[in-house]
Write a protein that binds this ligand. Structure first.
Ligand SMILES: Cc1ncc(COP(=O)(O)O)c(C=O)c1O
Length: 360
């Protein structure tokens, strides 16, 4: 019962087979491999963006920070949600790679920034030499709280951003999950809604360690290339990154895996909903479930080997298994393409059983 992270899941066998095939003979290094040409063409086709510049990097942090460094000067601010990975989990990488740009936090429910809050935050910056200027907006889809932004919600934020002459970046570490949930096209969820640059996740969704950065306006392509090299993210044996991404895009594997992960999360949420005493904390729209239940239930599932994080965006320190059995403790449960029915149903059944014991 592994729900700790989609990072903890395996890579898909078709990706491993593609890597083995890519290992035959020689291929040009540093992104000049033929497979990278095919990946670029494939992503341009998928996104209906024939001019887009496409790059591969090894981590989501690099994808976000390098993309934002191209969009935001050092003296301006990047606007993001308080839950954003760039704020909470990237060790200040945006500040480092931009050369000092601070983050300005913009509130909203379930990890989604509100356009009115963005307007207010943007209105407070810029103009004076003493302040950070308005730089760029980054939004995460699916959000860190497992919700998704629809194309209209993205457009509403992009409208505010553009009114303040700010480009828009999307952290799509779970872009496939968002797209699978919405059923719209990749273009509708990105450049047609005003997104200028996308971190297109792969690692959480069945790759070994590859993310793409897609710049819908290629004007910054050369700058991105230089920044990627300087950051140590231009891989010499690049063919192995390309091979992973190519296999991911082949026959819609990326969307199939995301759909599967989302379906397990929906089933898990439904199972938890039937267990007395379990409360969902955020809407389950992608592959993550945020829920709270009494400590006794946590002890029961953990004794049975369940792996997940105790998790609260608001009060992380308060989520502990030390203390009385009735107190509610919050958790994050993440599904991936390899999650099984036995894990999902077994987890929910254990919680229901423990609730019955406690109420007896
Ligand atoms: C929303 C989000 N963005 C980006 C990342 C990528 O992070 P990493 O640098 O660990 O690949 C993650 C991973 O946890 C994430 O959840």
């Amino acid at each position: 019962m592994w729900f700790a992270s989609d990072n903890a899941g395996p890579a898909h066998p078709r990706v491993m087979e593609a890597l083995a095939r890519a290992n035959a003979g020689y291929a040009a290094g540093y992104g000049a491999d033929e497979a990278m040409g095919r990946v670029t063409a494939r992503l341009r086709g998928i996104f209906e963006a024939p001019e887009a510049a496409v790059f591969l990097v090894g981590t989501g942090t690099a994808a976000n920070a390098l993309a934002l460094a191209c969009l935001c000067p050092p003296w301006a601010s990047v606007f993001c949600h308080p839950f954003a990975h760039v704020q909470e989990d990237e060790c200040g990488a945006v500040g480092f790679f931009t050369g000092g740009a601070p983050l300005t936090l913009v509130a909203g429910e379930h990890g989604r920034m509100e356009p009115e809050a963005l307007e207010a935050a943007a209105g407070r910056l810029g103009g004076s030499v003493h302040q950070p200027q308005r730089g760029a907006v980054t939004l995460t889809n699916a959000t860190e709280a497992g919700a998704v932004y629809s194309p209209d919600q993205v457009r509403a934020l992009a409208r505010v951003a553009k009114a303040h002459e700010m480009p828009v970046h999307m952290d799509g570490a779970r872009f496939a999950n968002a797209l699978a949930a919405l059923g719209c096209t990749p273009a509708e969820l990105t450049w047609r809604a005003g997104v200028d640059a996308l971190s297109f996740g792969g690692t959480k969704n069945g790759l070994l360690g590859v993310e793409a950065v897609i710049l819908f306006d290629p004007a910054k392509a050369w700058e991105f290339e230089l920044r990627r090299k300087r950051a140590g993210h231009l891989f010499s044996k690049h063919r192995f990154l390309s091979a992973q991404m190519e296999a991911y895009l082949e026959d819609g594997l990326w969307l199939d895996m995301a759909r599967t992960a989302n379906a397990w999360a929906a089933r898990l949420a439904a199972g938890l909903g039937r267990a007395p005493g379990v409360r969902l904390e955020h809407p389950v729209e992608a592959n993550e479930v945020f829920a709270a239940w009494p400590r006794a239930g946590h002890r029961r599932v953990q004794a049975a080997g369940a792996r997940y994080y105790l998790w609260s965006f608001e009060a992380p320190q308060a989520q502990t298994l030390e203390g009385g059995p009735e107190a509610e403790v919050s958790a994050r449960l993440v599904c991936n393409w390899a999650t099984t029915e036995a894990e999902v149903d077994g987890f929910a059944a254990l919680l229901a059983e423990e609730a019955a014991v406690q109420s007896a």
